[in-house]
Design a binder for this molecule. Structure first.
Ligand SMILES: Cc1cc2nc3c(=O)[nH]c(=O)nc-3n(C[C@H](O)[C@H](O)[C@H](O)COP(=O)(O)O)c2cc1C
Length: 465
């Protein structure tokens, strides 16, 4: 069987993820594994009329199975990998993948790895591959016997599927989106955002497009001039290389070599309101936007966006983008930022889009003035716990700067440190050993649970004026 391995890690042969593929190749030596270090060689792959990209496409043409092997980077795939995927579509190479069997192998700390898999699944549906399944492992799974057995089982089933001609359907429908021209109507009543710092970031200059007009409407909505930064116009030398040199002191290897770190520290960090604008590209935003999120990883697991209001101005079919909605929610929520509003141009009526943008400007300003951040859902709560445990535990040495931050800012909120709760539980467990008491407490549970809440409501008076 000819297997094309598309490896997403910028670390090339030193990729942790790739070791899972190498392990499979040892167990199943009867197959041919054609490995391409997509993440590491992205610059060569992107060259106009270069041989590197053609070589990958030639391998895909011969392949019986394509393995997408990638680390998870900021809840998705690395920017380099996304850029490669964009090129496959842009160069009209998607038909080469049609009807090929495909599988995903990823490694991560399982922090929103589900969206990386969802994204690749959707891309494969768009490429018309026969998607056999995904294997999203913890980075250290391969070191454990259980992980080795499981990986071998996954590989065995995948190969069996290919040789037996198994049939697979799609999980993502083709995008159905009719594009309408948006024209902004009468100028909005501008909102006075006072001393609040508002920063609008766009990946490209969208002048003359729907998004360009949406951005204009949004900037006009603020009384004061707001700062607009275009990522493609910043001097950014490259994507995150996953080298983790930032772990000890949050200093990036690109520091002093390009503008990104200064931009993050001097523009993003002080902003009260962040408005992010972008066009949807394949099943996410552009690889330029992905680069922004990946490069922001020099702050590792510190919630650098904490308390900020975030608004999204997007052009394209957001309502059909599971991974895009999910990752943006996750990135904002785990950090304790507030996704105040999202406006897209999916709706046909320009007047409606105008009103939505005006509403977003008013609400995001009001939220910032009130200092309101919606309570985190499972996305934020669960995400923070995954990071808390990882930084406290196995990765403390690597992420020393995070550890110091987590200690200093009370992020190590382990349940076993809540002495009152532990004591109460211990006492109550003892009490409930007695059968009569057990029965009595059972009956009281419902009322006792709500008693303190009722107490708060009772104590609360109407405001004076
Ligand atoms: C920039 C960057 C972003 C990351 N983002 C995530 C993430 O969102 N979720 C996660 O579970 N792991 C994340 N990780 C951890 C990697 O997925 C993990 O270490 C992986 O095993 C690396 O594989 P590789 O050696 O093949 O590159 C991130 C690592 C880096 C360097």
């Amino acid at each position: 069987m000819n297997i094309t391995v598309l490896s997403g890690s910028p670390k090339g042969k030193d990729s942790v993820t790739l070791q899972s593929v190498n392990y499979i190749s040892k167990l199943f030596p009867e197959h041919t594994y054609d490995v391409f270090h997509i993440g590491q060689t992205i610059n060569a792959l992107m060259e106009e009329n270069g041989d590197a990209f053609d070589a990958v496409m030639a391998s895909v043409t011969q392949a019986d199975l394509i393995i997408w092997a990638t680390p998870v980077y900021t809840c998705l795939v690395p920017a380099q990998y996304k850029r490669f995927i964009e090129k496959v579509f842009a160069d009209g190479k998607a038909p080469l993948f049609k009807g090929k069997y495909a599988a995903v192998i990823s490694t991560s700390i399982n922090f929103f790895d589900n969206y990386a898999v969802d994204y690749l699944r959707a891309i494969n549906d768009d490429l018309d591959t026969l998607f056999t399944g995904s294997y999203s492992a913890d980075s250290y799974d391969l070191l454990k016997e259980e992980g080795q057995i499981r990986l071998a089982q996954f590989a065995a089933q995948t190969f069996e599927d290919v040789t037996s001609g198994a049939m697979f359907g799609k999980r993502t429908y083709p995008l159905s989106y009719s594009w309408h021209v948006y024209e902004s109507g009468p100028a909005p009543e501008p909102v006075d955002s006072g001393p609040l710092k508002v920063l609008l970031i766009q990946d490209e200059n969208y002048d003359g497009t729907n998004l360009g007009r949406m951005v204009d409407r949004c900037t006009q909505g603020f009384k004061a001039d707001i700062e607009v930064v275009t990522l493609s116009e910043l001097n950014v030398k490259g994507d995150c290389l996953g080298c983790i040199q930032c772990g000890f002191d949050h200093a990036c290897i690109y520091e002093g070599k390009d503008d990104f770190i200064d931009f993050a520290r001097e523009k993003v960090a002080p902003a009260d309101i962040l408005i992010l604008a972008g066009e949807i590209k394949d099943r996410w935003l552009s690889s330029t936007w992905k680069q922004f999120f990946d490069r922001s990883f020099f702050q590792n697991h510190v919630p650098a966006l904490k308390g900020k209001q975030v608004g999204l101005l997007l052009s394209g079919p957001l309502t059909q983008m599971v991974a895009l909605k999910g990752t943006l929610d996750a990135i904002v929520e785990w950090q304790g930022a507030h996704l105040a509003d999202t406006v897209t141009d999916e709706v046909e009526r320009s007047g409606f889009i105008d009103s939505r943008i005006d509403t977003m400007v008013r609400r995001i300003t009001a939220f910032a003035e009130r200092g309101y951040v919606r309570p985190a859902t499972f996305v934020g709560i669960g995400g923070r716990k995954v990071f808390r445990d990882d930084v406290w535990g196995r990765h403390r040495f690597v992420f020393q700067a995070d550890h110091a931050y987590y200690e200093a800012n009370g992020l190590y909120d382990f349940p076993h440190d809540d002495a009152d709760a532990m004591k109460m539980s211990e006492d109550m467990i003892k009490l409930t050993q007695d059968p009569d008491m057990r029965q009595a407490i059972r009956k009281m549970l419902k009322k006792e649970m709500v008693k303190p809440h009722k107490g708060i409501v009772e104590k609360t008076d109407a405001p004076n004026d």
